[in-house]
Design a protein around this ligand. Structure first.
Ligand code: ADP
Length: 485
């Protein structure tokens, strides 16, 4: 019997999560699982997790009031539960399951749930390009079979198990993204997901705060290789020397993808890199197929190769691979192109930022600027860089100068580092503005932008630069309407 929400009961769950049934019925089915008390409706199982800002245990009472059928809590919370949650003298007391650690128990549930299904799992990790590769891969596999994929970047110790427990009969393929901030996280996620196919897109300077150095990032990504079972097919970026160094040490059979012809899956004749996309010829074994991606940039060719490699290994035929790749339309906030009526183009790359992604983003944006146009760059801080933050923001400034941007607008605590880097690399201070708010940023950009220009926005997500993109669009369109009067 496959587990399914609507039929699964506490009696079936407590074994896999090593839980103890504290009170309430054990044979009432749970309608679904929720870790958010605001979304936990009648009949659901509320799972209390302790996060950085909130502790789900503080909301158990609220969840009970909204009619959940059960709660999973940490056993140390039991005395508080008994004191806080009013005993229900009617028949409707929720089932209370206590575990040692609710986060670990959630992972155990995901792991168990996944193993109850005869599905193939693709797990994508890497420093950059995970979500894009995951989405491209899902586009390919969906051509042939029903696929479950992680929503957005549900890629951590919470998001991955929550994705796995959405598995239902009828799904044949799962495509997941595995992310990490700390050593050991990919190892645990690999044990939870037990992938048939693991993809590592690349390694770079991401999450240095938790990991220290890029070598350690590589090692952490290598946990996928170490922890996956010997039968797991491993797909790695053959152009990434550091990654290949780590991968080779583990003596596993590798399938490589990359721009270089030595890779098992490679690309040739990369052409027409415009705002409408990029074309290339996909090579695998004896076959070659033209592909027209609807997203621009060489990095997206890399992501497409990773997804194609996963598709081929998972049994997709070349037509399916090409069709899937060509259907992929990009993801909001990841280099999303918005054409405005004044002939100005905005690139919204505000979903996240790190040194490698910023470099790629700047270079790609520059390569797309039409002959008469200029590149205007709006940057917010890159977070989670630890001790490397000051230096990396200086490098960011230098990159802006190196790509020949016409103007730089910066926001955030590291704005001065970025500015210093840009000026040291020869960028004129006249074309740099440090701003304090999104509104100021928008004002500067609206004033500066003219026909043919590309305005690139990039920052870590917490900088909320997506808001500036929306404001800027509205402001520039207003200007245009005023011009037309
Ligand atoms: P992730 O999920 O790993 O954060 P995404 O697919 O969401 O990656 O892409 C985020 C940004 O990272 C993109 O907008 C682009 O700037 C950069 N990026 C994407 N793919 C690559 C790649 N293969 N190599 C380097 N940078 C990339």
């Amino acid at each position: 019997m496959h587990p399914e929400w609507g039929t699964i009961t506490a009696a079936e769950l407590i074994g896999p999560i090593q839980g103890k049934l504290v009170s309430g019925p054990q044979d009432i089915p749970f309608a679904g699982l929720s870790t958010d008390s605001r979304k936990a409706g009648p009949g659901a199982l509320f799972w209390a997790l302790k996060g950085e800002r909130f502790d789900g245990h503080d909301f158990v009472q609220k969840a009970v009031q909204s009619g959940v059928s059960g709660v999973v809590i940490c056993k140390t919370y039991l005395p508080r539960l008994q004191a806080e949650v009013e005993p229900d003298r009617t028949q409707n007391s929720p089932t209370v399951i206590a575990v040692k650690d609710t986060l670990k128990a959630l992972g155990d549930l995901g792991r168990w749930w996944r193993r109850q299904y005869d599905v193939s799992v693709v797990a994508v990790t890497g420093s950059a390009g995970k979500t894009t590769t995951k989405e491209m891969c899902a586009c390919i596999l969906e051509q042939g079979i029903p696929v479950l994929k992680s929503q957005g970047n549900f890629n951590n110790l919470i998001g991955v198990p929550l994705t796995l427990v959405r598995l239902t009969p009828g799904i044949a393929q799962v495509v997941l993204e595995l992310g990490m901030n700390h050593p050991g996280e990919i190892a645990r996620l690999t044990r939870i997901t037990d992938p048939d196919l693991g993809v590592i897109t690349n390694v770079g300077k991401v999450h240095l705060e938790g990991l220290g150095s890029v070598e350690q990032v590589a090692r952490a990504k290598g946990e996928l290789l170490e922890e996956s079972s010997p039968g797991t097919h491993i797909i790695v970026n053959g152009d990434d020397r550091l990654l290949m160094h780590v991968a080779r040490r583990l003596r596993r059979d590798l399938i490589t993808f990359g721009l270089g012809p030595q890779n098992h899956v490679s690309a040739g004749e990369i052409r027409g890199n415009t705002l409408d996309g990029v074309s290339f010829v996909l090579h695998y074994r004896e076959g070659s197929w033209p592909v027209n991606l609807r997203v621009p940039g060489r990095h997206n060719v890399q992501n497409a190769l990773a997804a194609a490699a996963a598709g081929f290994v998972a049994g997709a035929d070349p037509e399916q691979v090409v069709k899937g790749l060509e259907e992929f339309q990009g993801i909001k906030g990841r280099f999303t192109i918005e054409r405005l009526s004044r002939g100005i183009t905005m690139i919204d790359d505000t979903y996240n930022s790190n040194p490698e992604a910023l470099r790629v983003s700047l270079e790609t944006a520059k390569s797309l600027v039409p002959e008469r146009g200029r590149l205007l760059v709006a940057l917010g801080d890159m977070l989670e860089l630890g001790d490397a933050a000051e230096m990396e923001h200086k490098v960011a400034g230098r990159l802006v100068a190196d790509v020949g941007a016409a103007a730089l607008v910066v926001l955030g605590n590291h704005a001065q580092d970025t500015i210093q880097g840009a000026i040291e690399a020869g960028f004129s201070g006249k074309h740099i503005t440090a701003v304090e708010t999104h509104e100021q940023m928008v004002k500067v950009l609206t004033h500066a932008a003219r026909e043919g220009d590309i305005v690139l926005f990039k920052a870590s997500q917490l900088m909320g630069l997506g808001k500036a993109v929306a404001l800027c669009k509205a402001s520039m369109e207003r200007e245009r309407a005023a011009d037309a009067l």
